[in-house]
Design a protein around this ligand. Sequence first.
Ligand code: HEM
Length: 534
Amino acid sequence: MALLPHSLLEVATSLTSPSILALLLVALPLLYSAIRALRSPLRKIPGPPVSLFTSAVLRYHELRCHRTSYVHTLHKKYGPVVRLAPDEVSFSSAAAVKDIYNTAGSGYDKTDFYDLFTVYGRRTMFTTLDKETHARRRRILADRYANSNIMRGPALAGIEERSKHFAELCKNARGGVLVALHAYAFDCVTHHLFHPYGTDSLRNESDAEIMREVTFDDSIQNRLVSFYSPALYAVVNPVLAWFAKPRETPLADDFVLDTAAKTDAAHFTLLARMHEKQQPYPPDAKDEEDRLSKETGMSGGFDALDAAAESLDHMAAGIDTTGDALCFLMWELSMPRSLHFQERLRRELLDNAAKGADALPFDRLPFLDAVITEGLRCFPAIPMSLPRVVPDQHWGRTPRASQQQQNNGRVIDGFFLPAGTVVSSQAYSVHRMDTTVFPDPDTFNPDRWLASDGDADRKRSFFAFASGGRGCIGKHLALVEMKLLMRDVYSQFATAPEISMTPESMEMSDQLISSRPFGQRCLLQFVPLAEVSS
Ligand code: HEM
């Protein structure tokens, strides 16, 4: 009996020893995350066991710019639903895409990941998280991106002119196409945003400098650390900045701030629309969401900084996307395996041009359309997950919602996900996982878009521009830019890869949301058609 108090004392003393304390410090969080994992509703979802406990592996792949291919590998291993992290799940089926991105029009709200893209401290249409505020702003801007607004008068003429400039450059052959295509996309989007104040970076070096600053940015690691661990960032940033630069775009900022202040932009431009809706900053706004909802809730106004932020956002959204999509597509068409498609495209373009007044307009050429759609399927410019948050029970509830849906979460593809779970789909996998819709999915085959069989399913599974009310507003602009450039290049030249290029240098390198060629260059030879046939 006398021994008991003594041993208890020993135990108590040993518990306070530094080594035991250190052990507890490690063991308790592990125990906590083990209990949390075992009780998590996500434990029933297929995925790597480690993802039940930590998001570290996913973050590692993000920092290495490999997120898309990592997630796709998991889909191939585990199927169309994969747990990526303790609170994050990826889906690849068309049904899940519909639930996440189209429910009640715009799908679920965006996650705070989009805070990374705020501009001048303002939320833009793209970075607004909640659907109501977003929808009000989108309604104001949408008409300037309507196909009917892009396909007429000076709006179209500006894009045609820039496409001709690009084809002129090809005459000098041996181009670094990646840079030139980004310049083309930059000139087209600034034309649509600001005409007559659009850029001419294909021919003017100071405009080209602005384009390079926006597009060849290497700030992904710096921005990810600042997002995932602000406390760590505060400590390590001075050192981190040596090898992972923060995003800085002073030339683009100056250009956009100056241009957005112009009051005489052409009627078809986004800027003209924002000036129509100019409105001062509401003085009683409590915070940014409140300010946005007050403004857009009244007459839909933009103050000067809003107009600049929105412009910068659309400018950035329109460069890498269209530029990279064209680059990956031209690269593919230049590969020996796809030369027969290049030849068929050329035939369609030349035969059509030969019809003179009876020629079809460029946007109604079936093979050109199939080539571009297939390019965007194989190489979607935003191949990565578009994160959304599972809403709580008060959000968009319908009378037919099941008991489980009402129980603070949603069922997607047969799995219950509690409110707050981050869910997403990535175009790269949506375009590949269902081989009944896309047989032989890794093969570039424009013909699949010409078959009438399965047409509706293919269209439903096409996610390059996302879908629903938060899908790409610039889709029609991008397609017109792509079609015109492909028409003008392939009706004059044949393309082939430069000898120094390797397939590895064209592998995907993920950035924050888009992906670019790993080698950041794409060298093609442009052979004039007269030389090809002689
Ligand atoms: C091939 C070219 C393009 C592709 C593949 C593409 C793809 C996408 C995708 C997938 C989204 C949804 C992003 C998300 O939910 O996080 C998006 C949104 C957006 N895109 Fe594009 N895009 C392209 C070209 C353009 C162009 C030329 C513009 C010009 C202004 C543009 C402006 C925008 C804007 C403003 C949004 C946000 C829309 C909103 O939140 O309502 N995009 N784009």
